[in-house]
Design a protein around this ligand. Sequence first.
Ligand SMILES: Cc1ncc(COP(=O)(O)O)c(C=O)c1O
Length: 395
Amino acid sequence: MITPRAAAHAERLPAGELPAYLYDLAALDEHAERVRAALPPDVELYYAAKANPAPEILRALAPHVSGYEVSSGGELAHVRRAVPGLPLAFGGPGKTEDELRFALDLGVERLHVESENELRMLARLAAGRPGAAPPVDVLLRVNLPVGDGDLGGAALAMGGRPSPFGLDPRRAEACVPLLGSGLRLRGVHAHLASGLDAPAQLALAARITAWAREFGDRHGLGAMEVNVGGGMAVDYARPHTRFDWAGYGQGLGTLRERHPDVTLRIEPGRSMTVHAGWYVTEVLDVKHSHGEAFAVLRGGTHHMRTPAAKGHDHPFTVLPVQDWDRPWPRPAALDEPVTLTGQLCTPKDTLAARVPVAELRVGDRVAFSMAGAYAWNISHHAFLMHPAPSFHFLS
Ligand SMILES: Cc1ncc(COP(=O)(O)O)c(C=O)c1O
């Protein structure tokens, strides 16, 4: 599962540039265009920058998105710099007073409030601004209870049960009187889980929207915004499959018809960029230990923590290299399961375990696919002081 453009680049790369992250920006552009086209035109698509905040990625997505979701003051400053002029929604738990002040100074377009404490801080900061300042537009992040089965397929649940994210429905009601004149309640935000397929996402979106509409009616909100979050499933065990954007878009269209005075917004991250990136490296050593084959790769989970974080075998393609100029037999695994590890001194530095390969030799290259999201940026780069990878943005 590697695009011809990325494969050609991976094979040509000088050895000194390995490991390397390759991003196929043309493939990303095509994918984002397809996602946008599958959604009803008035459904707003925000990209969750935490999935991959590389400026090249943010800029490649710019023609296809309505804005970006950011979850820290750092992301806020970074994304504003990389794609100036596009709307930002600032969410995330534990916002500091300094971050909130910074968001107000930058004129952030939407603020997702996670708690009453945060709302009180924000209301005080907003009230302290000069009289001419426009009100700050906020959405309350809610943690709605959902049935046992609703998040059954989720890889990661952020809500629907006790969690540090968002407000319980009763607490959301209690927030309304705290808004004050400096804040304007625009609607409701919810991100309850990551890793749900289209039918599960649609069921959740319907639930969130119905609750939000009742909440809005109770508080005389009129037209309102409902951000139903991200979390569209990607399947690392089946890298050729994609989230069903067409089915999802159709379902959102129906939901939109049921609630004509609601602006629907989504904020996917992983499903936007994951397929546009590869982590490419080379095999440094192959050995057999107590009957099992191990390939030790240059780099490892300090560059791509994804398989360790999610507990999966990361999909990869072997790119054979024929040259072998050492005067001893080339170590190899032949027609057998191999465990691909990195250079760290921990058994947790495993990228894929006991995966059958036809042939894997010292000096061969390996391209891990699905490395375009939550890969380099979630990894523990400093551990063991190995060099950083190189980065290549292909267009
Ligand atoms: C509030 C919020 N929105 C959106 C996302 C993006 O989720 P995903 O990358 O699974 O689409 C996350 C991920 O954690 C999140 O916390």
